[in-house]
Ligand binder design. Structure first.
Ligand code: CA
Length: 672
């Protein structure tokens, strides 16, 4: 198949105008490609033979190069591959003894030109910097007891409590007491302590009580030079290179292909042994490089989307976007997550810029994962970072979440309403005294489901009840992106003390952890960590990103409050309802005139909501700096939270109903 040069297409656009191109969209050429989704793609070991099978439908020749070393030296041999046109594949078979333990690359000729070498799109093991794929026996990478390893069972996704962390943030600071700083192994170390003698690392996670860690990208990414790890470069990892291999920078020896795989499995096993699930952040929406990506070097043009003139489209804001609406790419995403779930026992997937993908592919992801294991949690960012050729109605947008099954989206409604808009540092929100966000907070409280007392026309971000179920919503006030909660509060409350800001943080997280849907928090918020005001710290040094664990002692009251919030949520199904109908029936807002009493929300969870042991729970949020009064029905109530203190068992005392004063910037939770 011939590919017209991009320049020629651009020229024809100039000469004949856009209408001449409408019938000849650049991406139409890929519709006729045969596809192949067998699990033997690229490398399969079958007894004494090793088989290579590369999908590259438009290549005129292909070969596989064998190397002794993962990143240096000349090929030991170069094996021509034969074409299977019906599959679009190229194959070669060699005796295993010639290649096992060695490295390989593919190379194709297309349009009369040999392209650069590539490990393909399916390497499962690689050498340093992921340039060459490795032929190893994966079963040798399993830690002891791996066969019986399993993440925690999840009954409902609203039972999950997510903790988003970066490997280096958690362990790099000297105060972590962790030996394997910045490595997968950091979370395998029990008994690590801060200088003040408080638990860090995995013991800290157990103490806090979260159910799942959500690890920032941990597949092999591009930005860190694995051959020069002493340089200690930091990156979030949103620059994918090899999707099906762990990042070498997090291993103790990236030159040995088995080590990164074994160590990531050790981390997962340690977390599973602690009863904690592992969600992986996946970034199938774009590749780190354009023409130099493994996708382009194996099947030029196919895996990415383009505008009609042949330019890469860029809904990721990173230079390109992938094409999940094409069969082979859709298969790639589905098979890749299944591989991680199966080989690495991953318990959930967080899709970066999920709306670049089509809803059909996302539905396949959830459906096929469910066949492997029914409780794998899939959620994502229901937005893009730019325009896309994919029609809006096909995008896996927040607004389209009800077109999907077993997929959740982040609610930016609660996020922006509680603390102020993410892109305007000084903007305040409900919890920091700015009026006008009450109805949007209520949208978050009911997990964007239809509720008779929520007026969506007053929503700041969303104007309709987009979620058909609370299991479709992840609520949060901050994450790795943008300012940490601490930095946001410092910038938006410049005149306040940190102790006043910590009150606001407690109120903000009380809203998240008592709301319907799934709560999500960013690592270190529980000890009031900051990032020195840096909002986009993707490549900032550890001095910005690493958590200072001495804060755990300095802010012990904050940590205890988060622990209490998590324990409260885990003990009470009223906060974890599983259907929109249950929320509409059991969550009743009190009538409050926001013009007279701004920044005040009061509601009850009634009639043993969700089978709760408590008959009624009263939740009041006062985001005003002044005390405000609410009417509480008469009778005796246990005090669960008041004035910045919390007791999950309601041991803060009792009060009789009537007119009750709620101190400024605080939550009141009562139960009976
Ligand atoms: Ca890498």
């Amino acid at each position: 198949m011939k590919f017209p040069k991009i320049m020629a297409t651009a020229l024809s656009l100039a000469l004949f105008g856009a209408s001449a191109l409408a019938a000849d969209r650049y991406d139409d050429r890929f519709a006729s490609y045969p596809t192949y989704s067998g699990s033997d793609l690229e490398l399969a070991i079958d007894g004494p033979y090793t088989h290579f099978k590369l999908w590259s439908p438009a290549a005129s020749q292909a070969r596989v190069n064998i190397y002794e070393n993962g990143h240096t030296g000349l090929p030991l041999m170069s094996i021509p591959m034969s074409s299977i046109p019906a599959q679009g594949t190229w194959v070669a078979t060699v005796p295993g003894e010639q290649v096992n333990g060695k490295f390989y690359t593919f190379q194709i000729e297309q349009d009369g030109k040999w392209l650069d070498e590539t490990p393909g799109v399916w390497p499962k093991a690689v050498g340093v910097n992921g340039k060459r794929a490795a032929i190893i026996d994966l079963s040798t990478t399993n830690p002891a007891g791996w066969e019986s390893d399993r993440g925690p069972e999840v009954k409902n996704f609203t039972d999950v409590i997510l903790y988003e962390m970066h490997h280096r943030d958690m362990s790099m600071h000297p105060s972590s007491g962790i030996v394997n700083k910045g490595k997968f192994l950091a979370l395998t170390e029990p008994g690590t302590l801060s200088p003040e003698g408080l638990a860090t690392g995995i013991d800290h996670l157990k103490e806090l009580g979260i159910t799942h860690v959500h690890i920032l990208p941990s597949y092999d990414y591009n930005s860190v030079d694995e051959a020069n790890l002493p340089a200690n470069v930091y990156n979030w990892g949103y620059d994918p290179q090899n999707y099906n291999v762990p990042e070498g920078g997090y291993s103790t020896n990236p030159a040995d292909p088995a080590v990164r795989i074994r160590e990531m499995k050790q981390m997962i096993k340690a977390l599973h042994d602690a009863g904690i699930g592992v969600v992986m952040d996946v970034v199938y929406n774009h590749t780190a490089e354009n023409d130099g990506s493994n996708f382009e070097l194996t099947a030029p043009g196919y895996y990415h989307r383009h505008w009609d003139d042949g330019r890469y489209s860029d809904a990721s804001g990173c230079g390109n976007e992938t094409a999940s609406d094409r069969q082979q790419m859709s298969d790639f995403i589905v098979n890749s997550v299944k591989y991680w779930a199966d080989e690495y026992h991953i318990d959930g997937f967080r899709f970066d810029l999920m709306a670049i993908h089509d809803t059909e592919t996302m539905n396949r992801v959830a459906r096929e994962l469910k066949e492997l294991r029914p409780d794998i949690f899939v959620y994502g960012e229901g937005w893009t970072a730019g325009d896309s050729p994919l029609p809006v109605e096909r995008r896996a947008l927040k607004e389209n979440v009800s077109k999907m099954t077993d997929i959740a989206v982040f609610s930016d409604d609660l996020r922006d309403a509680v603390k102020g808009h993410y892109s305007n540092a000084s903007d305040r929100g409900f919890a920091t005294g700015k009026p006008g966000a009450e109805e949007t907070v209520k949208i978050g409280i009911v997990a964007a489901t239809a509720h008779p007392q929520v007026d969506y026309s007053k929503g700041n971000n969303s104007k309709f009840a987009y979620a058909a179920s609370p299991e479709m919503i992840v609520n949060y006030v901050s994450c790795h992106d943008d300012l940490t909660l601490t930095d946001k509060l410092r910038k938006s409350m410049p005149e306040a003390t940190d102790s006043a800001r910590m009150r606001a943080a407690k109120l903000a997280q009380t809203i998240v952890f008592t709301s319907q849907g799934t709560p999500f928090m960013f690592a270190g918020e529980e000890i009031f960590r900051d990032k020195k005001g840096v909002h986009n710290s993707y490549n900032s040094p550890d001095s910005i990103n690493a958590i200072d664990w001495s804060l755990k002692s300095a802010n012990a009251d904050q940590f205890a409050y988060y622990q209490g919030l998590i324990a409260l949520r885990k003990a009470h199904p009223a906060f974890r309802l599983t259907s929109a109908e249950d929320i509409a029936r059991h969550l009743v807002f009190d009538k409050i005139d926001s013009a007279k009493q701004p920044n005040l929300i009061s509601y009850s969870l009634v009639n043993h909501a969700g089978g709760d042991e408590w008959k009624e729970i009263k939740v009041v949020f006062n985001g005003s700096p002044e005390a405000q009064s609410v009417k509480i029905p008469s009778g005796k109530w246990m005090i669960v939270a008041r004035d910045g203190a919390i007791s999950p068992t309601g041991a803060l005392g009792t009060l009789k109903g009537g007119k009750v004063e709620v101190p400024g910037t605080s939550a009141l939770i009562l139960a009976r």
